[in-house]
Design a protein around this ligand. Structure first.
Ligand code: F6R
Length: 607
């Protein structure tokens, strides 16, 4: 959620920290701050707002090669300058930035208060600076001051700490990602891999419980018990550096248009057309395990959960075994029964979503094996699962997920085909589907070259008090994804329903002119979906119809948007495109902050 960047090296720290923050800003963006050691003192500058707001209050330069920086998504305490990080101890010996939540901070705050130490902010993070400073006062070394503070905490942390007059940083991770980048005579710290690619490809992902002491160009890692930990160096994929906006007006626009190529990346080498099946080597599942699996459970949040729901339907259809999708935040608390022979799939773009991480841990604790369907290589979920499939969307910077959704769906389609081929799916059916999947990037391109009357749809949506999205089967889930996109970007209340369920309640919302988005690809459910369309039209609603090219139903919509015809199992990969564009252009027309919608963050690392 929040972003951390730290630097210790031979270059001026301030520009490096500000650039790191710029690349991290999509993680959280309500307030921002930086602290740089200028050799005499630690200069801190922080403000409510974004990187551009920080830049406007920064001095032209600060002469210093050591510093820490933070972009915040508020959890404890409002969006104020006082609550922005870095936080410092009263005597200024400790400055730190923190991601995560300290659950027992109230109790810690009270005991600090008893010792005469009052916090200046409402955050849970500030107490840590005071606690560490007290340990230093008692004569502890910096590492020991950090360790003894951490041992008193309950909660999660990604921490980067600097100390007055000490040429070092200390970092710690427990539940909030933190990565160390190793340069020549310089070391970087980041909560996200991609800002590091501008400086180095050699990184170390800290594990939960790790504490790292960083000096210029070198670092040591210890466990919470103080034992030395061998660093595991990973070489980052260069593609993660190519996340610049270029000529595109917004990241979301860029990422919508990257979908054909991203899909090509996702399916490359994973389709066996000869055998009519999929090849997901990273899952390491042999045929006998697939045959014996009693059921499949999928986990995710938001868009990832919708991709999982589409995967679930395809798994049942092709694999003929029960499949169910769980919203990760519910899963952990519902004490769900785990069958260790079942297949569990955790779906996540960031690979850092705390709710999904908790659910995975719960399944593992009960003996189940979880496979990741993840975008960010080396992310917590990818490492926690150990096996799985990378969806290869490349960096997704806009808060609203687009190209990750289509690649999650594609990866799950390949998995469903692989599972189906070990059971009831014939070679011919498998071949037909895999061949159609390989043609889908081209069909996406065809649509994106001529997006149809999106502008007319946007004119209806901009005026709406609420919007209803309807579809059946796979399209019922596409409807949910379309509603989520429009709601999060344009701040218009949106409701998505399976078309058949509409008459059981939501129809009451309809009045003259209410926009209703109907997704009706040419599948076996289209006729039934059209009945719902007629019911909404009879109540004076304005229908925005998403249909397949050449279909006579085009005349039924007040605004009709055609997508290329495709295999019925793959329709979500095309019907979602106009929904993404409608959300994007509505948000633009309403003057919303498209890439950074209010209150949201890209990577939701708190439960
Ligand atoms: C919606 C969106 C969110 C994420 C959700 C899960 O556009 O982006 O709903 O899909 O927070 O995130 P990941 O996929 O990173 O686990």
């Amino acid at each position: 959620m929040c972003g951390i960047f730290g630097y210790l090296g031979h270059q001026q720290a301030l520009p490096i920290l500000v650039e790191g923050l710029r690349r991290l800003e999509y993680r959280g963006y309500d307030s921002i701050g930086v602290a740089v050691d200028d050799g005499e003192t630690i200069q801190t500058h922080k403000t409510v707002g974004k990187v551009s707001d920080l830049k406007s209050i920064l001095p032209a330069s600060i002469d210093g090669t050591l510093g820490i920086a933070h972009t915040r998504w508020a959890t404890h305490g409002g969006v104020t300058q006082a609550n922005a990080h870095p936080h410092a101890s009263e005597n200024g010996t400790v400055h730190l930035v923190h991601n995560g939540i300290i659950e027992n901070f109230q109790q810690l705050r009270k005991s600090l208060s008893k010792r005469g130490v009052e916090c200046k902010s409402e955050t849970d993070s500030e107490v840590l600076a005071h606690m560490m400073a007290l340990e230093l006062e008692k004569g502890a070394e910096p590492l020991d001051a950090v360790l003894s503070t951490l041992r008193r905490l309950r909660g999660t942390w990604g921490l980067c700490i600097m100390f007055k007059e000490l040429d070092m940083l200390v970092c710690a991770r427990n539940g909030s990602p933190l990565i160390i980048g190793q340069g020549e005579g310089e070391t970087f710290v980041s909560s996200d891999p991609h800002p590091l690619t501008a400086h180095t490809q050699r990184v170390v992902y800290l594990e939960d419980g790790d504490v790292a002491v960083i000096h210029r160009g070198s670092f040591n890692i210890t466990s919470m018990k103080g034992h030395s930990v061998e660093p595991n160096i990973t070489v980052l994929d260069e593609a993660w550096g190519e996340a610049e906006l270029g000529d595109a007006p917004h990241y979301m626009y860029k990422e919508i248009h990257e979908q054909p190529d991203a899909l090509r990346q996702c399916i490359a080498g994973r389709v066996d057309r000869e055998m009519g099946t999929g090849r997901l080597g990273g899952m390491g599942l042999d045929h006998s395990t697939l045959i014996q699996a009693p059921h499949v459970r999928l986990l995710g949040c938001g868009t990832a959960a919708y991709a999982a729901q589409i995967g679930q339907m395809l798994i049942e259809k092709m694999g003929r075994i029960p499949a169910v999708t769980h919203i990760s935040s519910e899963f952990r608390n519902n004490d769900t029964v785990i069958n260790p022979k079942a297949i569990y799939l955790a779906v996540s773009q960031s690979g850092e979503t705390a709710d999904t991480i908790s659910a995975i841990k719960e399944i593992k604790l009960k003996g189940g094996q979880v496979f990741g369907v993840v975008n960010v290589v080396g992310s917590t979920i990818a490492r926690l699962c150990g096996k799985g499939v990378y969806i290869h969307s490349g960096p997704e910077q806009s808060v609203a997920s687009t190209k990750a959704f289509t690649n999650m769906v594609a990866a799950l389609t390949i998995f469903a085909t692989q599972l189906g081929r070990t059971r009831h799916l014939s070679k011919d059916e498998g071949r037909e589907l895999m061949q159609a999947l390989q043609q889908t990037p081209h069909l996406m391109e065809t649509y994106l070259e001529d997006i149809g009357p999106i502008d007319e749809a946007v004119s209806l949506l901009c005026e709406a008090n609420s919007v209803l999205f309807l579809g059946r089967g796979l399209s019922a889930t596409v409807a949910k994804e379309g509603a989520l996109k429009l709601m999060e970007l344009a701040y218009i209340p949106c409701l998505a329903y399976p078309a058949g369920e509409m008459k059981h309640g939501p129809i009451a919302l309809l009045e003259e002119g209410s926009p209703v988005v109907v997704i009706a690809p040419n599948d076996h459910l289209k006729e039934k979906t059209m009945s719902a369309l007629h019911e909404v039209k009879a109540r004076g609603a304005k229908v925005i119809l998403i249909h397949e090219q050449g279909d006579a139903i085009a005349s039924e919509g007040d605004v009709s948007i055609a997508v290329p015809a495709v295999h019925p199992a793959l329709t979500p990969l095309l019907t979602v495109l106009p929904l993404q564009l409608m959300a994007y252009y509505t948000a633009v027309r309403l003057g919303r902050d498209v890439d950074r919608p209010r209150n949201l963050a890209k990577s939701v690392t708190v439960e």
